[in-house]
Design a protein around this ligand. Structure first.
Ligand code: NA7
Length: 530
């Protein structure tokens, strides 16, 4: 058994920054990464069209001014290969690779009550004992293909967007099917449509999507950011709900007359990106306001898509705009004007089973050479529960979370001492810009560990009552928004039998950070240190 101070799982942005920070504390650390390189979600999601929905100048680390000044983003919204290069650059520049063991998964982590340390086993039969155990496993890492009947009999090629092969995939001349019209589906569909002979999109829920209006990076815009990075990063920290600076309106949608409102939506639709969601301050809290934005987007879809039957299927009517993660796209709706693309509504035309040659629905059989699953993830908890984690008294994390995940501040779980959940359930995580959320969490965790060492404590763990109160608060805050009105992965609705709990903290990054800082300043109120 090898002794370490800290074990980190994952070498995505969370793992990389955790290595960087914990190393500064002088800890002996090792990170285990399943893939053969850094990048996490951006390592696995190498499907054509994969692109970040946060603007490049903001989706990056803030901890090193030299890094943010020297790195040059080529486009307004960065494509996956460039984000992966950035992660590789960070790993190389700060010499983080020497702490990472690639091609290795953590199989189990058991808290050993006699040593107050974590006993960790890895896929290469490694045995480690570590004082601290950090989960940097990401919120969207546990890719999921639904249990379709007959899938094992299907002879065509299958792909999941979140586990895309490294070798380029060429769909030229093929009949391709895509299941899933979330962000990944919406990004990959226009690209496959360019190559494939025929493309059938199997849609269960139509999604709202705003044009990205991606473009090469504007030099002046880049300069403006680089000249003001410190103050802009500070504003992101203190003035935003998600850690990303948008042009936020201070007005309510229903306060304005219809003409003015339309102009605002039009202006933002033309500019592109998630900024559309900030057209009015109450879009995520007032259904009447939200409906005005929904109507606008549906009208755009109907004006883009020529066949009105198809347009009606593509226009979402069953959830508020933004209650499922808003998508941003490049030519998504336009793709349905192509003669080789067919939309199949699987709410009416039910998927029955895969056959050896394709997909059988209640209305027809579709012969398919390849099937792309853009069917999403067991989000936010899947990557934790895929590992055999046991805390005090041998209690499994699976058992502790059987009625839904609970973590005090989204950082620690009662009865799992010294286990830190970076961007865990109950923190803003996926509702925030992820690199921003990771930065705040890792800074807090490293300060917490430094304080433990300074005060000669061995362990820290969440108290159950503090954890309960926080979970209640997370739930109450979510119910003040429209997020709870959709069957989304935020609520675990895409996974059969997953407890229906709104997992991320919807109260915004500013009150969240203030709470974390206050807790630390008050001698880690709600935590027990021994
Ligand atoms: P999402 O957003 O979870 O989308 C998954 C899609 O797959 C969605 O349209 C689902 O429909 C559909 N789906 C899932 N299971 C089925 C079955 N059984 N039958 C038909 N359709 C199904 O995952 P993404 O990868 O697109 O995006 C995840 C996040 O990654 C994204 O928000 C960004 O943050 C990056 P449903 O809506 O459940 O009816």
């Amino acid at each position: 058994m090898k002794n370490l101070d800290a074990v980190i799982i994952g070498a995505g942005f969370a793992g990389l920054y955790a290595i960087y920070q914990l190393r500064q504390l002088g800890l002996q650390i090792r990170a285990f990464e399943k893939g053969d390189d850094v990048g996490g979600v951006w390592y696995w999601n190498r499907y054509p069209g994969a692109r970040c929905d946060v603007e490049s100048m903001q989706y990056s680390f803030a901890f090193s001014n030299e890094l943010q000044q020297s790195w040059r983003w080529k486009e307004r919204f960065t494509p996956q290969p460039e984000i992966l290069s950035y992660a590789q650059h960070v790993a190389n520049r700060f010499k983080l690779r020497e702490h990472i063991q690639f091609n290795t998964s953590v199989i189990s982590a058991h808290f050993n009550e006699s040593t107050s340390r974590w006993d960790i086993t890895t896929s290469d039969q490694g045995q480690y004992s570590a004082q601290f155990f950090l989960m940097a496993t990401g919120c969207l890492s546990s890719a999921r293909i639904p249990d379709f009947e007959g899938l094992n009999t299907y002879k065509g090629k299958t792909f999941h967007t979140g586990q895309w092969p490294k070798m380029p995939v060429d769909f030229s001349g093929q009949c391709v099917g895509v299941i899933g019209t979330g962000s990944s589906g919406i990004q990959i569909i226009p690209i496959i449509a360019e190559q494939a002979q025929t493309l059938h999109v199997f849609q269960r829920t139509a999604n709202f999507s705003i044009p990205a209006r991606n473009q090469p990076m504007d030099d002046d815009y880049e300069r403006q950011w680089k000249d003001n990075y410190p103050s802009l990063r500070e504003r992101a920290k203190t003035e935003t709900t998600s850690g990303t600076l948008y042009t936020r309106s201070t007005r309510k949608a229903t306060e304005m007359d219809a003409v003015e409102r339309q102009q605002e939506y039009k202006r933002r639709w033309q500019t592109g990106g998630v900024n559309f969601m900030y057209s009015f301050k109450d879009l995520m809290t007032d259904i009447k306001s939200n409906e005005t934005a929904e109507d606008f987007v549906r009208a755009q879809i109907r004006s883009i898509v020529k066949n009105q039957e198809v347009a009606n299927l593509l226009a979402p009517t069953d959830h508020p705009l933004g209650s499922k993660r808003i998508c941003i796209d490049t030519n998504y709706f336009q793709t349905y004007n192509k003669s080789n693309v067919t939309l199949v509504d699987v709410k009416l035309n039910l998927i029955q089973s895969f056959t050896s040659t394709g997909l059988q629905t209640s209305h027809a059989h579709y012969k398919l050479d390849a099937m792309v699953f853009a069917t999403g993830y067991d989000a936010m908890t899947g990557s934790f529960l895929d590992i055999d984690i046991r805390g005090r008294h041998g209690n499994t994390l699976k058992n502790a979370w059987k009625e839904g995940p609970k973590a005090y501040l989204g950082l620690m779980v009662a009865d799992f001492p010294n286990l830190f959940t970076i961007t865990g359930p109950g923190s803003p995580s996926i509702l925030a810009q992820m690199i921003f959320a990771i930065g705040q969490h890792v800074d807090w965790i490293s300060q917490c560990i430094a304080d433990l060492q300074k005060n000669k404590f061995t362990t820290i763990e969440a108290k159950s009552d503090a954890q309960e109160q926080w979970a209640t608060h997370v739930n109450e805050v979510a119910h003040q928004t429209l997020f709870v009105q959709a069957n989304s992965w935020y609520l675990g609705a895409n996974i059969p039998n997953k407890p229906r709990v709104f997992v991320p903290y919807a109260g915004g990054v500013v009150p969240y950070r203030q709470k974390c800082e206050k807790v630390a300043a008050n001698d880690y109120e709600g935590f027990k240190r021994i």
